[in-house]
Design a protein around this ligand. Structure first.
Ligand SMILES: C[S@@+](CC[C@H](N)C(=O)[O-])C[C@H]1O[C@@H](n2cnc3c(N)ncnc32)[C@H](O)[C@@H]1O
Length: 268
């Protein structure tokens, strides 16, 4: 599955605003006493997690940015590198070679907007491999399946239900966890003795956030059409009404996400 740089650029400020402050603070507090830190960011996209975290971590940072999209990776790897920060882009298909991505000098694993794309089996691999290496994991922005739109439309619930079904389709890692990821992933870490700090990181779009609302709602209409439970006519009518609300400056939406920071109880 590919993600356009336009979409990742559009969502980044909303993601940044949504990241849960208590979870960010837990990562910052954990990292605070280290003179330096080595991080691997899984499915880095354009490097939004690096930008969100860099000021919160010890000054000397070495980042390995991992993705299988070479074009995104090239842009992420070209980020400005202050003297104390190294950034190494690493092309890896995480579905196949997760273990290789975690090898080498790593003290913190980060990721964002990834866990809802992966399967139960892949999540288990991540949890097992992180635990075997005693690595803490910061995972941001997993979609939790809860979305609300204002003003309400009669077809909203059917479209959101279709989106949630669509989220469970295979995104290259096997049948995806989709909305289940937000609740499942922290539990898996806790089961292996991790301490987990978690909290909501919902997208909140107000009437002025027209472009991202249009983009998200258009994507939902496409997903609903692919699922096939609503008629095409109904979906087109729904999207037209939603776009009218956006154009009239009266549309708001909330899309639920969860962040967590999981750390092994006895850290190395
Ligand atoms: C929703 S984007 C999130 C990007 C970035 N973490 C962010 O929050 O902006 C998902 C990312 O997963 C990457 N991805 C998807 N499948 C992958 C795979 N099999 N191996 C490595 N990266 C993958 C995509 O290229 C994309 O950059």
């Amino acid at each position: 599955m590919s993600f356009s740089s336009t979409w990742l650029t559009l969502r980044e400020p909303y993601d940044r605003r949504a990241r849960n402050p208590a979870v960010l603070e837990a990562v910052t507090a954990w990292a605070a006493e280290r003179p330096s830190i080595a991080i691997v960011d899984l499915a880095c996209g354009l490097g939004s997690t690096l930008r969100a975290m860099t000021e919160r971590l010890p000054k000397r940072q070495s980042w390995r940015l991992v993705d299988n999209d070479l074009s995104l990776l090239a842009r992420a790897g070209a980020l400005e590198k202050p003297p104390d920060r190294s950034v190494t882009p690493v092309p890896v298909d995480l579905a196949r070679d997760l273990e290789a991505a975690l090898d080498g000098p790593v003290e913190l694993v980060t990721t964002s907007a990834l866990l809802d794309l992966v399967s139960h089996e892949w999540l288990d691999r991540l949890v097992t491999e992180a635990a075997a290496r005693r690595l803490p994991v910061y995972a941001a922005l997993s979609y939790d399946g809860l979305a609300t739109l204002d003003p309400v439309d009669v077809l909203d619930a059917a479209v959101i239900d279709a989106v949630n079904q669509h989220q469970r389709g295979d995104k290259g890692f096997g049948p995806a966890l989709g909305p289940e990821a937000a609740a499942t992933a922290p539990t898996r870490f806790e089961a292996l003795g991790y301490t987990v700090t978690q909290g909501a990181s919902d997208w909140v779009f107000g009437p002025k956030d027209a472009e991202i609302q249009t983009e998200v709602l258009t994507g939902w209409a496409v997903a609903a059409r692919e699922i096939g439970e609503c008629s095409i006519g109904d979906i087109i009518g729904w999207l037209a009404r939603r776009r009218d609300h956006i154009a009239a400056g009266r549309s708001s939406m909330r899309v639920g996400h969860v962040d967590f920071f999981a750390r092994p109880i006895a850290m190395r």
